[in-house]
Design a protein around this ligand. Structure first.
Ligand code: F6R
Length: 266
């Protein structure tokens, strides 16, 4: 893993945006397959990408995108659907074809079949070049809640009371938060060629400490990312506050900058 403890939210957002920009430039005319997270964490990076598109000509033309998850029972047009969220926060503001921004269909008559079909669609697109992730306070990535199989595929899951509570801020009341979701599995996410996870705030500190320094376990699903060779973790000081080896990560990062070596890992 590469751990980047950013000085502030803007610096963290620029780091995430840099990786997206690099991936878009590297894949060029082949078209990048992006894996997009919703939720608050990646929004500053999305805002920075929109700025680069408008002011610096960064282009998403020819790219495709797959969302991580969707609430079961919410149609695509629903105010709180992730389908809608990603359009409002990123994709409708850049030059990606709207039809190329895919998410699991939360209103599918057969959500189990929809999950399997969505997993297949990702494979048929050639897999994800760059997956952007947030992390839940309970250590979930996408909606792989504690106890998820570490090799799970896209499927229907029950959301934990903690996730429902965490996400109720987007709804009028916790009662309105759907209790099930369609989510890419941990095994599906691990097939992405590169992963960037971003987190901020003290509420994420315990999950971030487990993610980076804990034992790999279904109890903290994000820990499976330790088994992926290309993961960048971008956190602010508050989210980094429970990392035992934070000084080492800062030192390694400074050394990387000083020696201009890209991609130094711990
Ligand atoms: C969203 C997703 C979730 C969030 C996580 C953190 O598509 O898959 O795993 O990344 O719940 O949410 P925020 O960023 O709102 O704290």
């Amino acid at each position: 893993m590469e751990i980047h403890i950013a000085a502030d939210a803007e610096a963290g957002a620029r780091t995430v945006a840099d990786v997206v920009e690099q991936t878009l430039r590297e894949t060029g005319e082949l078209g990048t397959v992006l894996g997009l997270a919703t939720g608050d964490s990646p929004v500053p990076a999305y805002t920075e990408l929109i700025r680069r598109h408008r002011e610096e000509g960064l282009s998403f033309a020819g790219s495709r995108a797959f969302l991580l998850d969707e609430y079961v029972g919410l149609p695509a047009g629903h105010d709180q659907s992730y389908h809608r969220f990603i359009r409002e926060q990123l994709t409708s503001h850049v030059d990606i074809d709207d039809a190329a921004v895919l998410s699991p269909d939360g209103a599918a008559a057969d959500p189990v079949a929809e999950a399997a079909a969505y997993d297949r669609r990702i494979g048929e697109a050639g897999g994800v070049d760059l997956q952007i992730l947030g992390i839940g306070s309970n250590g979930h990535i996408a909606f792989n809640e504690p106890g998820s199989s570490l090799v799970s595929r896209t499927r229907v899951v029950a959301l934990t009371p903690r996730t429902i509570e965490d996400n109720s801020r987007y709804f009028e009341s916790p009662d309105e938060v759907p209790v099930r979701a369609l989510t890419q599995g941990l095994g599906t996410i691990l097939e992405a060629r590169r992963i960037v996870l971003t987190a901020s705030g003290e509420g994420k500190a315990a999950a971030v400490a487990r993610l980076v320094e804990g034992s790999v376990s279904a109890r903290w699903p994000a820990t499976i990312l330790q088994m992926h060779p290309e993961v960048l973790v971008v956190v602010d000081e508050a989210a980094a506050s429970q990392l035992e080896l934070a000084d080492y990560y800062r030192y390694a990062r400074d050394l990387e900058v000083e020696h201009a070596v890209a991609g130094q890992r711990v």
